[in-house]
Every structure is written in structure tokens, then in C-alpha cells.
Design a protein around this ligand. Sequence first.
Ligand SMILES: Cc1ncc(COP(=O)(O)O)c(C=O)c1O
Length: 393
Amino acid sequence: MKEKTEFLEREYKNMLERGETWTIRSLNGPSQPHVIVEGRKCIMLASNNYLNLANDPRLKEATIKAIEMYGAGAGSDWSIAGCMDVHQELNKKIAEFKRTEAGITYQTGYAVNAGLIPQLAGKGDILISDALNHGSIIDGVRLTKADRGIYAHSNMGELETVLKNTEKKDYRRTIILTDGVFSMDGDIAKMDEIQKLADEYGAMTYVDDAHGEGVLGGGRGIATEFDLEKKIDFQMGTFSKAFGSFGGMLAGSEALIKYAYNTSRTWLLSAAFPPHVAAASLAALNIVEKEPERVKKLWENTKYFKKEIESLGFDTGRTQTPIIPSMIGESKKTQELAKKLYDEGIFCLAIVFPMVARGKARIRNQMNAGMSREDLDEILRAYEKCGKELGII
Ligand SMILES: Cc1ncc(COP(=O)(O)O)c(C=O)c1O
């Protein structure tokens, strides 16, 4: 008899043939600009650690102190018995940092989108989403019975058409959902225009600031960048990227936060993250507030690298941020380039389907405030060599 699970191997083989599998590589130490990956010294070009905080001694010290004070785990869900002082302190700090009435942590950024979006809309409502929004928004939308409207990426004309059509249906609630910085292309949502349209049509706005925090608005994120701190209805984000720690966050009105934690199934039905994680996140927010030069350095690196890689002949798409893709197209070729760069001591990643559409494979180069000019030049030299060898440039 044929094995019932035989399909697993078959499907995996198909993915392998299409060049759509991940090779998971382990770091032999902390995530920082210079890393050791499976014994090889590399420059890290693939992490979200934009502000170089993941191995910051102050985050580590806060972590160790919190472990000594609170132990290793929270012992329960936040809703039951897992909420400790340090979690509450972080909740307060989120609101202060985002300049909103209130804030709260979730287990992850994914858990915010997957848990909250289904509680904001249901039958009789409509969720309007940018076509390139992150998968966690898509999953959140999929969990609702609300109608869906998708507009072509950052196309404000299409967004307005969708909004106009909502007027015919007499929806109870209309929410526009967008990434702040689009994670695969590095472009910034036209938040001012989105908010204006939302106000015009009586819609609410929901922004995923995962790649905008630590990057835009002096580090506070997209709402600060566009002076919309008091206007955007729902701001979510994560501590797992620029802030070098872990966990999701939500910021907004007092009413939102109370509603969110009383209804989000991800928040209610899953354990609190360990207290030391909250301590590290708190330390990170304090550092970002006190050291604006980090964000400045990140942008200096971004501008230099973008200009130089483009002058080598690589296409960086529509990026406006420290996410600077080199657009290649074909999955296998992209993986070949990533492999060659790895052999040259550059740790970067081929982003292939299903992370991006087929034929749109790329290497996602991500800047770090801790990178020196020498690091960037070394990466560029490797790109030139490998790009020529593969006939890309
Ligand atoms: C745009 C976006 N939103 C949400 C998330 C999820 O965040 P977390 O890693 O905290 O689950 C990510 C992470 O990949 C992301 O890129």
C-alpha cells in the first residue's frame, strides 16, 4: 500500500526543482554586522537588526537582570497569571514611544495581525488591503467573514475606487490595512494620502509598522514620519526587527487596547513571552530615544549602498528604505547569486516564491547601523564579482 504521507516527499521534490526551498543556515554566535555562519566569517546582509541592537550589551544586561528577578518564563498567559511588572512597564513605554493613549505587547507581530484583525471586522464590514501587504495581514483578513477589497500596490486611484464602491453597500465598518514599509521591496506606504482618503470616506486605518520602526520618524515609525500619531487608528509593530528583541506590539486609543486584549484569540490563548524579553525591549526603546545617531547612521549606510549597487548595474526596484533588494527575477539564478556571495563571505538570502511572486525573485539586502564603510565596500566588491560571473551585470 502506498504511504499516506507520500505526498510530502513528492511536494518537497517539486519545490526543490523549482528552486523554492529554504536552506536554513545557523549562526554560531550573535546577530550583528560580522557573524560566523556555520564556521564561515561573513558580513550579515540579511537580518532585520537595523539598529544593531540584537547584541547590544545594555539589552543583554537588562535581560540577565530580569532573569534574576523574574525567572526564565512567565508561567502562564498574560490574561491568567503571566503578566509581570516588566510586561506592564513595557506596555506603558509603547504608548509613550508611539505617542498614543495606550499600548500593549503581543507574543509576536504575527499574533497581532492574526489575532486582532478578525476582531475588528466581520459580516457587514469591509477590509481594504494593499496587494503587497505582509502575509500576517493576509492571514488576519482570511480569518474574518468581512468583505475584502484589494487595491494594486500603493495605487491611490484604485484605493479610492474601492472606497467609492463601499458607499453603495452601506458597510458598518471600513478599514484600510497597509504595511508601513513594504518588507520585500522597501518602499514606504503613501500614508498621508491613505489617511486623507480614509477621512474622506469615513474609513479607519490600520498600519503594520514592522519595518518602519527604528527606521522612519527618527525611529518611532511611520506615524511620526507623516505626523499621523493621533490619526492612525491601529498601529502594530514588532520588537523583533530594529529593536533587536522579540514580540509584537499594538498602539492606539485606550479603548482599542482594552478591546484588543479582551478579544484577540492569539493574545488570550497563548503564553506571555518571558519577562526578560520585555526587559530587553524596554532597554531597546530607551536606547533609540537617547541615541538618534543610530538611525542617522542607518540612513547614511542606506543612501551609500543604494547608490553604489545601482551604479554597478543592479536593479533595486522601488526601495526608499534600508531594505534594498537586488532584483534578479528567476528563482534559481537568485539562489545561485546568493550562494556565490556566501562563498565570498556575504550572508544574504534569495527571496523566492511564495515570499514574492514567481519571476520576481531577489536578494534582499538589509542595512545595519553598525556596518562600516569598509563593510559596505566589501559587499559591493563581492556583488560586482559574482554579478559579472553570472552575467547579471
Ligand atoms: C511586515 C511584517 N509584519 C509582521 C511581521 C511579523 O512580526 P513578528 O516577527 O514579530 O511575528 C513581519 C515579520 O516578518 C513583517 O515583516
